[in-house]
Write a protein that binds this ligand. Sequence first.
Ligand SMILES: Nc1ncnc2c1ncn2[C@@H]1O[C@H](COP(=O)(O)OP(=O)(O)O)[C@@H](O)[C@H]1O
Ligand SMILES: [Mg+2]
Length: 392
Amino acid sequence: MAPYFNIIQSLCRACFSSDLDVITHQIERLISAYRADGNIDEAKALEKMLNNAKNKEVLHSSVITFSSCLQGETLTPKTIIPVDKETSAPILDVIYVDELPSTEPIFDTFIKEAVDSVILEWSNYDKLIKMNATPSRSCLIYGLPGTGKTHLAKWIAKQLGLPIVLAKLDGIVSSFLGTSSRNIGNLFAFANRYKCILLLDEFDAIAKLRNDPQEVGEVKRIVNTLLQCLDSRDEIGFTIGVTNHEQLLDPAIWRRFDVQIEIPKPSPSIIPLLLKNFITPLKYNEAEISFLSWCIQDCSGADIQKLSNWLKRMSIIDEYKNECLYHLMQRYTLLNTGRISDKVKEIITKAPDDIYASLKASSPELKQKDIAEIFNMTPSSFCKMIQKNNKE
Ligand SMILES: Nc1ncnc2c1ncn2[C@@H]1O[C@H](COP(=O)(O)OP(=O)(O)O)[C@@H](O)[C@H]1O
Ligand SMILES: [Mg+2]
């Protein structure tokens, strides 16, 4: 029998019946078996996975107690949503917990740790209050468009087991003169009444008005109302502000947020992870992922998602499905000139060996033979071409 087959068999059975206790027990058996056989690295790797999963479980179970200790009524689909008095358009949307994303956004470790610390603090809200410590209750997430900020805000709410009250700021601000402040007041009154996270997405919609000289008086009124509302909400519930243009925000508003997290574009080590995440069920090998990552250096997470969807579409179109990745990416570059960096645009139209040189500089571990496939060449003809061009 193959090594540990009996344990793996029991583990599979436990997985199919979704019995977490048995799954944990079988993994612990596997760790002991590995350790006894001297496979220490494998035992440690499994142990780390198990501990991570257990920590998440602790986080998850604290969520349930947490949302039940927060003051306020529970939102239900029957709850009446406030509307703008002039236009009758709703001034907010409610996003219930089961509609929130359950996939964690993928960020560099230091961002992930900052986000985890906010979630941990907010999920220990009741304990902090008992200790007379004031937990932070507002968080501003800012950074370039498409970097996953809205996704992150929703995911935080999901982790806390709270629905989101999403302010329709564009509608609120463009409403008739004088009604914007009333709408903001109604929005906060609604959020304060229910157990929820108030999400002020595209928060800069309010700030943008400042550039319009005809709106000066109105903007002052809106900003003042907003400041008052943010101050009074601070005692009551959680608020997340999201903006792409943090420099447009009034400094007084900016200061109201206890925590401020900047989300940067994905770093070179995160791009392949995002690609692998979005590209499923398509399968690419490591060399192909490195090539795609090189092509979309400097792109946002949303751009990576867009490329992945495009590759999926190409994979089912008969005319393109057998095309090599190099030609596909040349075409994608021509169709997305605003997304692809100038450096890549310049090189991608050149010969494979030029691309190889640049690719090799960013991913030195790549071997010529692995890259040959991207150009639809056999390893030997690719190597010959590189050698010939190096001699010339
Ligand atoms: N780091 C990331 N991890 C996972 N998904 C991401 C990431 N960045 C962007 N996305 C995806 O890109 C799309 C746009 O993200 P979004 O949160 O709306 O960006 P933003 O609010 O920063 O403009 C979403 O589908 C989101 O899931
Ligand atoms: Mg957004």
